[in-house]
Design a protein around this ligand. Structure first.
Ligand code: SF4
Ligand code: SF4
Length: 346
């Protein structure tokens, strides 16, 4: 790891240099009914569009590397022969400019399944391997519990990471590409004063976390509470809308559908991200549904995130971003569900 400091105005030059790629970053999309800004990850063409002091985005940047709908392959049929075309749907390297630590950690978790498992997916890998990530420190929101999940800082998975020191950024450099970009900007080695300022900023940030989840022995507790009535309690509230999965930076479950054009000359195989809370998620051919009740589906989501994934990878699949709880119309939040499973006061 190499550390540098860079004046804030120099960052615009870095952005310009990166513009040869597709740059995705946080922009303001409007306000909610209380006047609170709404932010979204979008393709950005001008540095002034970027809102690097954003709170959180409603949706993660997932659609830029794990699209909600993706064509896996197409078929051209002519007479008795047919040709299959596979396109990994990546046309230029992509820069994610301004990811918070939780979203970087979410990518690291997706990598474990989609890049490093026995069956890596080339559609994800092609995008992931052509990615340059500029991380940036965040201001903890009342619903963030990333500190409980150990994802409030990113140790890897980025090219450079910025921490706001006031008039300048403290920069952690993790890749040769980042180092080479910064060679053309005015940077300097951090002074002792910069180190102290960095530590003070981080300490102040840590004190702002409010929401928490007690993960102590959580896998064992989940095993013991598999038949608990709390699942029915939360399941009865759940609308089975699937919003929680669509805003989650680590939900990757999907379904595949094949379509044939009416002229019978073209066909396509499409992938659609799915949600385990949707009523047909566990329905199989013949119409049998292995999870017909909302509480069994909701329970499955929690067991995947906090039980199964931990067993497979020794870490949770939840990064504690709090997006699912903020988006849920039934006000179902991870801290409340886990606390109830632990029989704790909320
Ligand atoms: S967002 Fe809330 S209501 Fe909708 S499926 Fe998820 S938990 Fe259920
Ligand atoms: S389960 Fe909720 S809190 Fe956890 S990573 Fe997904 S959206 Fe964020």
């Amino acid at each position: 790891m190499i550390f540098k400091v860079i004046a804030k105005q120099e960052l615009a030059k870095l952005f310009e240099a990166l513009l040869a790629n597709r740059v995705v970053g946080p922009v303001r999309k409007g306000s909610d009914k209380n006047g609170t800004p709404i932010y979204s990850f979008e393709v950005v063409y001008d540095f002034t569009q970027l809102q690097l002091d954003y709170t959180s985005t409603q949706y993660p940047a997932k659609r830029f590397f794990l699209p909600y709908t993706e064509t896996l392959c197409t078929f051209e049929i002519a007479g008795d022969s047919w040709e299959k075309k596979v396109d990994f749907n990546i046309y230029q390297p992509q820069v994610l400019f301004g990811l918070h630590a939780c979203d970087i950690n979410a990518l690291n978790k997706l990598d474990k399944v989609l890049l490093e498992s026995a069956y890596p997916t080339p559609y994800y890998a092609s995008k992931r391997k052509n990615m340059f990530i500029v991380g940036i420190d965040c201001e903890p929101q009342p619903y963030c519990f990333c500190r409980s999940m150990g994802t409030d800082t990113a140790l890897h998975g980025f090219d450079m990471f910025l921490t706001d020191l006031g008039k300048k950024y403290f920069v952690e450099i993790q890749s040769a590409a980042a180092y080479n970009y910064l060679k053309h900007m005015q940077t300097s080695d951090p002074t002792e004063e910069d180190h102290l300022r960095y530590m003070a900023v981080e300490e102040a940030r840590h004190e702002k976390f409010m929401a928490q989840v007690d993960t102590t022995d959580l896998t064992k507790i989940l095993d013991m509470e598999f038949q608990s009535e709390v699942w029915k309690h939360w399941g009865d509230k759940c609308l089975s809308c699937g919003t929680c999965a669509s805003v989650c930076p680590t939900c990757y479950c999907y379904g595949v559908a094949e379509t044939v054009d009416l002229d019978l000359k073209h066909a396509a195989k499409m992938k659609h991200l799915h949600s385990c809370n949707l009523i047909d998620f566990a329905e199989v051919a013949g119409g049998h549904n292995f999870r017909p009740d909302s509480h069994t589906r909701l329970k499955y989501r929690y067991y995947h995130k906090h039980r199964g994934f931990v067993e497979a990878f020794e870490e949770s699949l939840c990064v504690g971003c709090g997006r699912c709880g903020e988006a849920c119309l039934a006000n179902i939040t991870v801290p409340e569900v886990i606390a109830s499973v632990r029989h704790e006061e909320i």
